[in-house]
Design a binder for this molecule. Structure first.
Ligand SMILES: [Zn+2]
Length: 252
């Protein structure tokens, strides 16, 4: 069985931070309570820089084919959801920009983001960036508008939303928990890719625990900087000091 964790390195932020407007815009989004737009903000810059991780994710999915695996992601990159994983074997507890929720959690909650809506927002963010570059980003872009039912703000369903509706991933999470219980006395490879310390309680700590309590486990942590593994796990695997995207590129 293979337990896979995908982390912040899949947001490819290291390539975005150098781009004009990215950092200041991100700061305003988070300060203004519009953080749920962050995955879309990243998408805009990735698109313009021609940065994509879908080929690397495809390599990973190919290697996992035929294995009994589960993928947990704290990255909010929508390309992860678009990867051809085994059906029902992905959970994204931090959400993404693929579905929309109402901040008032009313009956309008949790719809798939429509293509036109996403395109419209990309245009809006592109225009807003002009203001950010002039130092006039103000209180953030307009965003996804107002809920037609309760009048609260519409947000993307992710962890940066002021009132994150966790029902967006709950079913997948329950499936993951059941799957994880089934690994206890089985041969298990834990593959932690590009997971930093932003949400350590989702992947890093529980993955260490899963490997620690399983006598037949192997544990591999791939990360540009945070690749170190504990002494107890040292005998079971290795920490690999490499960016997870680069590491996947060089696998095949
Ligand atoms: Zn509402």
């Amino acid at each position: 069985m293979v337990l896979v964790g995908l982390g912040e390195e899949f947001d490819a932020e290291s390539g975005l931070r150098q781009m004009p407007g990215y950092g200041p815009g991100k700061e305003i989004l988070l300060d203004a309570g519009s953080g749920s737009l962050l995955p879309a903000w990243q998408e805009l810059f990735r698109g313009e820089a021609g940065i994509s991780v879908s080929a690397e994710l495809g390599i990973l999915a190919g290697l996992l084919e035929g294995k009994n695996y589960f993928v947990v992601s704290v990255s909010v990159n929508g390309e992860i959801a678009d990867t051809p994983w085994r059906s029902g074997r992905l959970v994204m507890p931090c959400g993404s920009a693929l579905s929309v929720q109402c901040d008032g959690s009313c009956e309008r909650n949790l719809n798939k983001a429509e293509q036109t809506q996403r395109r419209m927002l990309q245009g809006q963010l592109r225009q807003w960036r002009e203001k950010v570059l002039l130092g006039e980003g103000g209180r953030g872009p307009e965003g996804l508008g107002i809920c037609p039912v309760c009048g609260k703000r519409m947000e993307f369903n992710n962890v940066y939303c002021p009132h994150y509706d966790e029902n967006g991933y709950l079913q997948d999470w329950n499936n993951y928990m059941k799957w994880l219980q089934g690994t206890l006395n089985r041969k298990l490879v834990v593959l932690e890719l590009g997971v930093g310390m932003q949400f350590p309680s989702v992947i890093r700590f529980p993955f260490e625990k899963a490997a620690y309590f399983n006598n037949q486990a192997r544990f591999y942590r791939v990360h540009e900087k945070l690749y170190q593994i504990t002494e107890e796990l040292g005998a079971k695997g290795a920490g690999i000091a490499k960016n997870a995207i680069d590491w996947l590129q060089n696998l095949c």
